[in-house]
Design a binder for this molecule. Sequence first.
Ligand SMILES: O=C(O)[C@H](O)[C@@H](O)[C@H](O)[C@H](O)COP(=O)(O)O
Length: 260
Amino acid sequence: MPHTAPDPPVLCVFPTPAELVDGLAHFIIKAQKESVEKKGRFTIALSGGSLPKQLSGLINNPAVKWDKWHVFYADERVVPLDHEDSNHALCVRELFSKVTPGVPREQIHTIDPDLLDDLEELSDAYEKELIQEFAMKDSARFPVFDLILLGIGPDGHTCSLFPGHELLSEEDRWVAYIEDSPKPPPKRITFTYPVLNHAARVAFVASGAGKQDTLHTVLDEPEQGLPASRVRPAHPGHLYWFVDQAAAEKVQYPRTPFKL
Ligand SMILES: O=C(O)[C@H](O)[C@@H](O)[C@H](O)[C@H](O)COP(=O)(O)O
């Protein structure tokens, strides 16, 4: 089969953080609609950090079909589910607790809180949840998420894939663990590139002047190989950057007008 190169990233820049929140909500709802029409469900992976707050445009929006959502975490900190460092707890606080009726609890896939002492088992169990969700046939090699939402750290990390870490070359496992995260807390599990780079859509979200230098390096100098630059979903997948003007100030990469 001829190899088709990944599509170039699509960069959407919004004048203000509020317009970014609105545009992102619109984009997510469009992806949800397409997926639900095609398959009756919407598979989405969320990140921690500032991302959950950026999803506020979905709250009280009647177009969101929460009961069709099947939610995973692109990375998760190895802490109890109600711990203040937990990405799940953060998403519950910022999003899921604010919508009723929301996503059925069994459709929100958390790490298994009984396995926190064994990282190998914890990440294997989460990988098995992925296998189940995507009803993998023996021959299917990757899960294909409808949408994965990612953030970016000042060092260019995304999920819990940090610069120079051995996990950057992981080609087999879909979920891996790390015990030495430079961003606390140190123990985390994370999707690997085989998952990120087979999604139908991946969208990075970045807001604020603090992201300027990182965004410039990731988008204008991908050859530097920062972890976020290595997210390139295979054809026919698409990669989007949703950012505000403050974050995009130093970026030369061409912008695509966002159509509502
Ligand atoms: O759990 C985590 O720590 C995140 O998933 C991580 O990858 C995050 O997305 C980036 O560090 C960006 O964080 P900010 O959005 O807070 O800058």
